[in-house]
Design a protein around this ligand. Structure first.
Ligand code: ATP
Length: 463
């Protein structure tokens, strides 16, 4: 990482902890690698990210419906999906300091790109060919063991009550979309949808990620937002291109700058896939995958038909054609979106008075707190009373914060650092003129607005 990028990353991590966005997990016990907790403002931002995705996918598309399937599923599902045999990362150990690293990442660091689906011997050959260049990120030496594939599925000790005496282990789901495939028939039979239609789901997924680095970019417990469109095989590529365009636009609407987004096409596709592109975002550590958009053919429903013994084909009532729908998938992590939005919003500004401020310029719809309400002085009951009345009123519609701590300048800085778009101050004039001072996060301009007009102002400006 370049120096500036490293500094930016450190600033994001420090600000996130200081201001209650993201905490390292189990900190008082020394931490728990690659697991993080969202703090009071973090959970608001994450909820707003999920709400924006749900709106764009479910609310605004008449042919997409939601689902909330469980984390635990029948173990056969993970066999059918190929995760039990093939969901693995190549891992090698530094013979000097015993640090374990993903070989595809070690190679990537020296400009050699290994495909995700490469066999063990192929990736080992690349490692051997580049053994002098590849350095241990911990001790800097070039002395790695052979790569071994390491399965990413997280196994649990939940009893397997399927009645099968050859008890297979149960897993915490490695991705949310399997819950979508196995409910395909249920959704079809219980709602008004017909192919082409989509099922969208937000939920936790778990992976034994080998490398615990890059903050919330790569977590062992994370949250996915996935949508699977079920389509006629002849229209799959058309629908696919349509979703590529829609998802690109979605990120622009989310406030990410176009220059910070990039397409990455997968070159070596798995045998069943028809196309796979990722949208990458320029994180502080470089362009990396934010979302995957895949044309998956009929592999998923085909596998589940085969393993469950249930026919998952679709009968088109109009044409009488029976076929196995193809799947077009869009898949993104809540956490990676969070990190992208945070990176984009983070701004350091030099002020006219020579001071500096840090401000998170979140798009208003994503800001954790929309309005902060301050009585000018906390020991003046009449100011506090009026400020509380405003809080009661506005908190019916928006996340508000009441703050009477410290001087106003300090309160502004705090709200800037959590990205609150508007701060309202109740002062002595307010008691006479029924107005408050409204301060804008980005311009820092202040204007007087009548209390009775606040709601209209916010409706207009918080869109
Ligand atoms: P990577 O190549 O970075 O490991 P992937 O290709 O395995 O990612 P997918 O299986 O396609 O990822 O998952 C879809 C989305 O879920 C990703 O685009 C990403 O946003 C998110 N995601 C995947 N793994 C993680 C993780 N360990 N932590 C946070 N988000 C993740």
């Amino acid at each position: 990482m370049e120096k500036d990028s490293e500094k930016l990353m450190q600033n994001l991590v420090a600000l996130s902890k200081r201001r209650g966005l993201i905490f390292p997990s189990s900190e008082i016990y020394g931490g728990f690698a690659a697991v993080y907790d969202y703090g009071s403002y973090g959970v608001e931002l994450a909820n707003n990210i999920k709400a924006a995705w749900w709106k764009a996918m479910v609310q605004k598309n008449e042919n997409i419906v939601g689902l909330d399937s469980s984390i635990f599923m029948h173990p056969k599902i993970w066999e059918a999906s190929g995760h039990v045999s093939g969901f693995s990362d190549p891992l090698a150990e530094c013979k000097e300091c015993h640090f374990r690293a993903r070989v595809d990442h070690l190679l990537e660091d020296v400009g050699v790109f290994a495909d995700e689906k490469m066999a063990e011997d192929e990736i080992n050959k690349l490692l051997v060919d580049n053994k002098d260049k590849v350095k241990c990120p911990k001790c800097g030496k070039s002395n790695f063991s052979e790569a071994r594939n390491f399965n990413l599925l997280v196994q649990s000790n939940l009893g397997n009550f399927t009645g099968d005496w050859n008890e297979e282990p149960t897993y915490l789901r490695g991705e949310t979309c399997q819950g979508i495939y196995v409910n395909f028939k249920n959704v079809l039979d219980s709602t008004r949808v017909k192919v082409p239609f989509g099922i969208a789901q937000i939920g936790k997924a778990f992976r034994n990620e080998i490398t615990a680095r890059q903050f919330i970019f790569r977590k062992r417990e994370f949250e996915q937002m996935e949508m699977q469109m079920f389509v006629h095989p002849d229209t799959a590529m058309e629908v696919y291109e349509d979703w590529r365009a829609k998802r690109w636009q979605y990120y622009l609407d989310l406030g990410l700058k176009e220059e910070n987004l990039k397409w990455h096409q997968h070159e070596n596709l798995v045998f069943y896939a028809k196309a796979a592109w990722d949208i990458e975002y320029k994180f502080p550590f470089g362009f990396k995958e934010l979302e995957g958009i895949h044309a998956r053919g009929d592999y998923d429903l085909g596998q589940h038909s085969k393993f469950s013994g249930k026919d998952l084909s679709y009968l088109d009532q109009k044409t009488n054609e029976r076929y196995l729908p193809n799947v077009v998938e869009t898949s993104v992590g809540v956490d990676r979106t969070f990190l992208a939005v945070l990176t984009e919003a983070y701004t350091e500004e030099k002020l006219e008075d020579g001071n500096e401020r840090v401000v998170l310029k979140f798009p208003k719809k994503l800001a954790p707190i929309k309005v902060a309400i301050f009585p000018l002085l906390k020991n003046k009951p009449e100011l506090v009373k009026k400020a509380r009345e405003i809080f009661e009123n506005l908190s019916d519609s928006w996340m508000c914060e009441f703050d009477d701590n410290g001087n106003i300048g300090k309160r502004y800085r705090r709200q800037d650092e959590i990205g609150t778009p508007y701060c309202l101050t109740v002062d002595f004039d307010s008691l006479e003129d029924e107005s408050v001072t409204v301060r804008d996060r980005d311009t820092m301009k202040q204007e007087r607005i009548e209390i009775k007009n606040l709601e209209g102002f916010l409706v207009e400006n918080l869109k």
